[in-house]
Design a protein around this ligand. Sequence first.
Ligand code: HSE
Length: 322
Amino acid sequence: MKKVKIAILGMGTVGGGTYDILTKNIDIIMKRVGIDYEISAILERRMEVIDAHGADHALVTQDIDSILDGDTDIIVECLGGIDFPVSIMKRALENGIGVVTPNKAAVAANYDLLREAAEKGGAELRFEAAVGGGIPILTTITDQLAQNNFTEILGILNGTTNYILTKMTKEGEDYETALKEAQAKGFAEPDPTADVEGIDTANKLCILMTLAMDHYVNPRTIPTTGITGVTPEDIEAAKERDSVIKLIAKAENVDGNITYEVKPTEIPMSHPLAEVSNEFNAIYLNGDAVGELMFYGKGAGALPTGSALVADILAIMKDIAK
Ligand code: HSE
């Protein structure tokens, strides 16, 4: 049987986590999925991150053309940014190469363009890792829950801001210290403005609404307030009301009228979302057939996000094998 060739573009936190899972867990993956694969190329300039993961220098290239025009079956896009990765993903999809990505900003802003490229090239585009880190929420919505009309989505979708708010609430840490910790742990975006201003959460809500409510809106049109205005006094006042402040993404569908927003919200301690702490994310859904559901797990970090990327890689590998 053919060996599936996987190229990793970018060995940062998430690309590195994906590499680690694909190499360390190869035996269990092979046993369960029964398809042989290899990492055939790594697009990366920083040799120190290659060495940190013990990767073979012979796999490293700076030549994207050799990856996209060669015999690559799947690319793992972990480059960050929007324009360059979108151009790479579009070209790969049009060339019939499967694409997996955690890049919510790129997918949310270019959803139609990427879907059209996938259709044109007969290739798969998967982005499970873009929402909820390791929580398999998107595939669950599109596969197991496709028969539902969703009336409500409520989520804590950003690990960095949830980490900061948790540290400020439970340990009285100041905002700057908590943000630095979240950056050091690899949760934050390269420019954490996207996290703390709620932009990352809006990108994720855009993707959730598109899949669960068949309603795409440009993420820039989602009314969005981040956590930079949340003060220790706000947190103390919420505590006095037996509540906690969380950055909440919300979408509602009332008889076809869909409303949505991202903002810091007081959540009563009796609500299950109040206990979602640190980098954990949670997504609450209400479907007309299934009723209420809640999903919980690590929303950021190398291995949880890498786990979702590898799940997408395996899904494409299975389709290639068919
Ligand atoms: N910066 C993001 C977060 C990473 O903190 O949730 C995962 O999408």
